[in-house]
Design a protein around this ligand. Structure first.
Ligand code: DON
Length: 301
């Protein structure tokens, strides 16, 4: 398959969707992003990468960071599963409602409450953000990848919902470190800036059943399968059913407008376009992944 030609065709097909939706505005620094941007990259398991549009332009990875922090924590051990569940929430990513009924145990690691627990657990093994940056820089081949401090400051200033989630879990003894320290790490992780190229290259270990770009193993085959399974069922929050229906791949979105999706055994795909639908997923991004699996037949179903 000529993946470069495929990407050109997808970009043409989704052109009417680019700029649709609304940029995230609850983090003011994200509200200033120009919505009419689109990029897409495919990183294959053999190491080749193809891209189209703004595929080399860095953007705020936001909740896509949650895939990498989960993988890094599972690379140590699977103890985190005593502190977070594996069921879709059916609620928005920053919802508080289930936590009280479920004794401070978040439904899954991809809603904000679950990711706060993962970051807390990762921090037990050292500096969580440094571990994440080290991994992303190595896999992408771009040592300059870093936290966007303007986005981080803006997000920290408007983090009352996440603060509430973290303190609420602390009241159930489901926080090991002090809440301000966990929140600081979480915000910095979400504020990392990367391009579609960098994200796809950094996620392709999930298509390679746990093997990194240098051939070393991050995760066992079973743990890699589990991360993909949770991405499929929980990666796009209360739209996970619709995403599976349209795209048919494990995927994780972020409110910066990025979505990363995995085709096990073949490739990782990252698409970016800042306009979001009501549930926080990129409008043109979902459309592009829909075209991708339709044209290639590479859904998991
Ligand atoms: O914590 C937040 O609200 C943001 N840093 C991340 C949310 C996000 O990306 C949800 N994804 N669609």
């Amino acid at each position: 398959m000529d993946l470069a030609a495929l990407l050109d065709r997808i970009a043409d097909d989704v052109a009417p969707e680019i700029g649709r939706g609304a940029v995230a505005d609850y983090i003011p620094a994200l509200a200033r992003v120009e919505p009419r941007q689109f990029g897409m990259a495919i990183a294959e398991v053999d190491g080749s990468v193809h891209g189209v549009g703004d595929w080399r332009r860095p953007f705020s990875i936001q909740s896509m960071s949650k895939v990498f922090t989960l993988a890094l924590v599972l690379a140590h051990d699977d103890g985190v599963w005593t502190r977070v569940g594996r069921e879709p929430s059916g609620d928005p990513f920053n919802s508080l409602v289930q936590l009280e009924h479920e004794d401070g145990i978040p439904r899954n690691p991809f809603i904000n409450a679950g990711a706060l627990v993962v970051t807390d657990e990762l921090a037990h093994h050292g500096d969580a953000t440094e571990a994440l940056l080290r991994f992303l820089r190595k896999e992408s081949g771009h040592p300059e990848i870093d936290v966007d401090s303007e986005v981080a400051a803006s997000e920290a200033e408007h983090a009352d919902r996440n603060r509430a989630l973290a303190y609420f879990m602390a009241s159930y003894r489901n926080m090991r470190n002090p809440v301000p320290a966990v929140l600081d790490q979480y915000v910095r992780q979400c504020s990392i800036a990367m391009s579609c190229h960098d994200v796809a290259r950094s996620a392709v270990f999930l298509a390679r059943h746990g093997l990194r770009n240098d051939g070393s193993r991050l995760l066992g085959q079973s743990a890699a399968k589990r991360v993909n399974a949770v991405m499929l069922t929980c990666g796009t929050y209360d739209a996970a059913g619709e995403f599976a229906y349209r795209v048919g791949l494990p995927g994780k979105s972020g409110v910066g407008g990025g979505i990363v999706a995995i085709v096990p055994g073949r490739c990782a795909v990252c698409v970016w376009s800042p306009g979001l639908d009501a549930r926080g997923n990129s409008v043109a991004g979902v459309a592009a992944l829909d075209r991708f699996t339709t044209l290639t037949g590479w859904s998991i179903f």
